[in-house]
Design a protein around this ligand. Structure first.
Ligand SMILES: Nc1ncnc2c1ncn2[C@@H]1O[C@H](COP(=O)(O)OP(=O)(O)OP(=O)(O)O)[C@@H](O)[C@H]1O
Ligand SMILES: [Mg+2]
Length: 232
């Protein structure tokens, strides 16, 4: 008997079997979208039924305040040695630890890369931001060398304007790098900007714009998890 073909929507919504225990959002460039990505990932995994904690490793503590509003577990750790020791312990107590990295190329970022299984690097599609990705790429490459391939990492373009010329240039600039660029991009949307002020995420907000942004986040996370599954 022929197997039933999977429906397209089920296929894209399916979460891969293998999940990263420690998922970090890292980029030494400020304002790239790390905290926004990390908080949305923490809410997404929680809503999928996985016990999730967010580690706010950024001295500015923006994501921990947001997590508090959402009523989700979080821990603030901005000491690199403590991060190194605590991340694996937290990974024993939760299904997934989501780490929000700082906006600088510090020992904290190095500790995160040494402990993470999957690193997502949000990058804005401006030439200034693209040009600055070299540093985090270098950090990831060095961590991979030390750890024999881990962490698996991917870049995604965040807050993409509806401007295809820049987007094409951005893709070309990143595609030559050693870290894969996700096909999915995250659009620049007011509802994403509004989410922290409302103590919410686009997964919880009402309206079509939030629903569309939620679909974009789901697509990014699903693509990243598929990459993780295939590479690990
Ligand atoms: N896709 C998006 N659409 C619209 N606004 C966005 C999007 N992603 C992030 N932003 C906004 O951009 C700003 C910077 O985002 P965020 O705080 O997540 O960056 P960050 O990388 O954590 O910065 P830092 O390095 O300072 O911690 C915030 O005001 C956020 O609301
Ligand atoms: Mg941040």
């Amino acid at each position: 008997m022929k197997p039933m073909p999977k429906s397209k929507s089920t296929e894209s919504a399916a979460t891969p079997e293998k999940l990263p225990k420690i998922l970090a959002f890292a980029n030494q460039k400020g304002g790239a979208g790390k905290s926004t990505g990390a908080v949305h990932a923490a809410d997404w995994f929680t809503q999928k039924g996985h016990s999730t904690i967010l580690v706010d490793a950024d001295g500015q503590q923006s994501s921990s305040g947001w997590l508090k509003d959402l009523g989700l577990p979080y821990k603030i750790i901005s000491d690199p040695e403590v991060l190194f020791d605590e991340l694996p312990l937290l990974a024993e107590s939760y299904d997934i630890v989501v780490v929000d990295g700082p906006g600088n190329a510090s020992e904290v970022t190095k500790a995160i890369l040494i402990r993470s299984n999957l690193v997502l690097i949000p990058c804005r599609d401006s030439m200034i931001d693209l040009a600055s990705t070299g540093k985090i790429m270098q950090f990831v490459r060095q961590a991979k060398e030390i750890r024999g391939g881990s962490p698996i990492a991917a870049v995604y373009l965040n807050a993409v304007k509806d401007n295809t010329i820049l987007l094409r240039e951005a893709r070309e600039a990143l595609q030559s790098g050693i870290i894969p660029l996700l096909n999915t991009t995250l659009p620049d949307r007011q509802c994403i900007k509004d989410a922290p002020g409302q103590g919410s995420t686009v997964f919880r907000m009402k309206g079509e714009a939030a629903k569309a942004a939620a679909r974009a986040y789901t697509k990014i996370l699903t693509e990243a998890l598929k990459l993780f599954e295939s590479e690990s």
